[in-house]
Design a protein around this ligand. Structure first.
Ligand SMILES: Cc1ncc(COP(=O)(O)O)c(C=O)c1O
Length: 485
């Protein structure tokens, strides 16, 4: 196996005169370097670049790339931060020159095909949401949250209402309270009840005429659908506030429930979790938002519009817009992939995606829950949160040890220690594309790990080029640059 610690760096393998290309002799006269670039503009020493053959370089990087865990090579059951398999056809279609090689400053009439796709995507996302208007601009789920809250703030400002608070469940993704704060609201935490869903009494107690928005994630981050959503929507609307859906978990309900029918006024999508989009890691991703008609005037401009003659245009004439949140039309490359995914699945296919995602998660839950208890719910939606609390208490085996040891079985770790309401959390989301054999193998690995020697687990993984890393040190004193000794 390729051993990282025994493999020299490119700099260390360098041999003077070894080259990747043999260039023809110059057919112009030599000139002293000082005549070309004056000394004052040059560093004292030329950079000591490594000198290697092409094959040395190819092998070096090919071997390094094989050290990565990747969805194309490994099962990747990350709850919440879902890594689902994205069909390759969507990559190919999104890269077609008619899409990938356009320039955003071209005139609208030379971009008709591209605008038609974005227009249809706006429509499709509105239909899936059961809402009325969509902005494709936000570049990530978190930016979608922020944009939607700015839209809600503009709506209340327009009505002369001073509402200062956004209510956020304690199980929510950390981006929810952060977005509320960034949008100028005070984030007020709503507790979960003993079943892992919104504590309605706490919600009632904190709801007031200062409430602007309640941000709910449904299904939530412990993988439960909150059946109180109708009651929550009624109470909230009676109070004049707006219901926001963090739509990151739409993979569980696609084509089965429309957020608009649950009373949702505004929401964001996470295309990387639901449709075929790469996860941006802060960008470039996409986080389109959908809103009910009374909020549509405030959406970021431009939207893509269609003239009565069927041609498409960028609609800048939106006097109440909150303005732009992203350059041009958003991250079109990611949006095209979402469009290809939606159109290639069709309505029935999208519904099957959700059904299989939920089936796979429940199958896995059933295989492991006697060893890794699931504190909330006996069934789940697309993901579930198991707990290693008993193993930690009885045998000193922590969620982190389990995650690290799974790497030895060629599985990526689940999300650990989130959400915070479950001690020693292992948040598992298998997604819809995994086979029964993969799920069985993963469950077998988890069960075996629970019986292993705790000392052995504390040092896992054992089969990787580097074993357990000091993650705190890596975060606090990272060494990001090679220095010659
Ligand atoms: C529930 C939930 N909300 C919000 C987000 C934020 O989305 P993004 O990472 O695209 O900013 C995520 C991330 O995947 C999420 O799982």
């Amino acid at each position: 196996m390729y051993k990282l610690d025994q493999t020299p760096l490119l700099f260390e393998s360098s041999r003077p005169g070894r080259a990747t290309a043999i260039l023809p002799a110059a057919d112009v006269p030599d000139r002293p370097l000082d005549d070309v670039i004056p000394r004052a503009h040059r560093a004292a020493d030329s950079p000591a670049l490594p000198e290697l053959s092409e094959l040395d370089v190819v092998r070096h990087y090919t071997n390094l790339s094989a050290l990565n865990m990747a969805i194309d090579a490994n099962f990747y059951p990350l709850g919440s931060c879902t890594m689902k398999y994205n069909p390759k056809r969507n990559e190919r279609l999104a890269g077609l020159p008619g899409l990938g090689a356009q320039h955003p400053y071209q005139d609208d009439d030379t971009l008709q095909g591209l605008l038609a796709i974005l227009y249809e995507l706006q429509d499709d996302l509105a239909e899936i949401a059961g809402l009325h208007a969509v902005s494709l601009q936000p570049a990530a789920g978190a930016q979608g949250e922020l944009t939607a809250l700015l839209v809600a703030a503009a709506y209340f400002r327009d009505r002369g209402e001073k509402r200062t608070q956004v209510l956020v469940p304690d199980s929510s993704h950390g981006t929810n309270p952060a977005s509320a704060h960034l949008a100028g609201f005070e984030a007020v935490t709503i507790n979960s009840n003993g079943c892992g869903i919104v504590d309605l009494a706490d919600f009632r107690a904190k709801l007031s005429d200062r409430t602007a928005v309640f941000m709910i994630t449904n299904p939530n981050t412990v993988g439960l659908f909150d059946p109180q959503i109708g009651e929550i929507s009624r109470l909230l609307h009676d109070c004049g506030a707006q219901l926001y859906l963090d739509g990151a978990n739409m993979n569980a309900i696609l084509g089965i429930v429309r957020p608009g029918d649950m009373g949702v006024d505004l929401m964001h999508y996470n295309p990387h979790k639901t449709f075929s989009g790469p996860h941006g890691g802060g960008g470039p991703g996409a986080g389109p938002i959908a809103v009910r008609d009374h909020l549509a005037p405030y959406l970021p401009a431009p939207l893509v519009g269609r003239h009565p003659d069927g041609t498409y245009f960028l609609d800048h004439d939106r006097p109440k817009t909150i303005g732009r949140v992203r350059a041009f039309f958003g991250n079109t490359g990611v949006l095209f992939r979402a469009y290809c995914y939606i159109r290639s699945q069709g309505p029935e296919g999208l519904k099957r995606v959700a059904q299989h995602a939920v089936l796979n998660a429940n199958y896995l839950l059933t295989l492991i829950k006697d060893v890794y208890p699931v504190p909330f719910g006996t069934r789940c939606m697309h993901e579930f949160v198991a707990s290693a609390r008993t193993l930690a208490k009885d045998r000193g085996i922590r969620a982190m040890d389990i995650g690290k040891r799974l790497i030895d079985f060629n599985f990526h770790a689940p999300t650990v220690y989130f959400p915070l309401i479950v001690p020693e959390a292992l948040m598992i989301e298998p997604t819809e594309t995994e086979s029964r054999e993969t799920l069985d193998a993963f469950a077998r690995a988890l069960r075996q790990i629970s019986t292993e020697d705790p000392e052995f687990l504390h040092n896992a993984p054992h089969t990787t080029p580097v074993s357990r890393l000091d993650e705190v040190k890596a975060a606090k004193t990272p060494v990001l640059k090679w220095q010659p000794e």
